[in-house]
Design a protein around this ligand. Structure first.
Ligand SMILES: [Zn+2]
Length: 126
């Protein structure tokens, strides 16, 4: 089943994104810039998050990690090269690695530049 996407403003200059599989009910949060707008999006959609996909360690991408982990018991994936700077990280990933989110293949692509360890997540089937 294709993933549904909910995008919304976080902070004054950033976005929050939820990915949802209506078949399984699983939801991923792509980065966690700010707790309140993410909670509002969760409430609006009714999508309960199970995972955070972290692209890089900057505060405006990980600020709500621990609060969301405590609230929802979700797990946090992020780049191995920045693991020490990503609050609550459970699993580290590297370039070329693949894993499943709700049955969808997620490919990890390292995209250094903005930060040395930045990664992108590509879901080719979704
Ligand atoms: Zn950044």
């Amino acid at each position: 089943m294709p993933l549904m996407v909910e995008q919304f403003m976080c902070r004054s200059d950033n976005f929050g994104v939820l990915l949802h599989d209506a078949g399984t009910g699983e939801t991923a949060i792509v980065d966690a810039p700010e707790e309140a707008p993410i909670l509002a999006a969760i409430e609006r959609t009714g999508w309960r998050p199970t995972l955070i996909l972290t692209t890089h360690h900057h505060g405006d991408h990980v600020e709500a990690n621990l609060a969301l982990k405590q609230r929802f018991g979700l797990s946090i994936v992020g780049p191995r090269a920045e693991a020490a700077k990503i609050p609550g990280i459970d699993r580290t990933v590297v370039d070329g690695e693949t894993f499943l989110f709700s049955g969808h293949e997620v490919r990890v692509i390292e995209t250094p530049g903005h930060t040395a360890g930045h990664v992108c997540y590509f879901l080719p089937g979704a």
